[in-house]
Design a protein. Structure first.
Length: 90
């Protein structure tokens, strides 16, 4: 009994996934760690709810870009979420 060949749609999907992965890898390699790094002075005590949410979003972007370690991201996010929860419960 002969083996079945993959369908052309499946091959196209696999090629698309490989091309996407290659492009993503190239973007990561091309981006230097200092590029797009934002140094934001942030005072947690006087920050508004919107500023806290924006800071959390900025941290997510930095973590996704590899500019922030998971430990630092997780610790700071927990602090900001605590502040945000306290502000919203007032």
């Amino acid at each position: 009994m002969a083996t079945r060949r993959t369908t052309s749609n499946k091959r196209e999907r696999e090629r698309s996934k490989q091309a996407k992965a290659t492009a993503k890898r190239e973007r990561r390699l091309d981006k230097s760690p200092d590029e797009d790094a934002e140094i934001i002075e942030f005072d947690e005590n006087s920050a508004t709810t919107e500023e806290l949410i924006e800071r959390i979003a900025a941290m997510h972007e930095q973590y996704d870009a590899g500019q922030l370690s998971f430990e630092a991201f997780d610790e700071e996010k927990a602090e900001l979420m605590g502040l945000l929860t306290a502000r919203l419960s007032e």
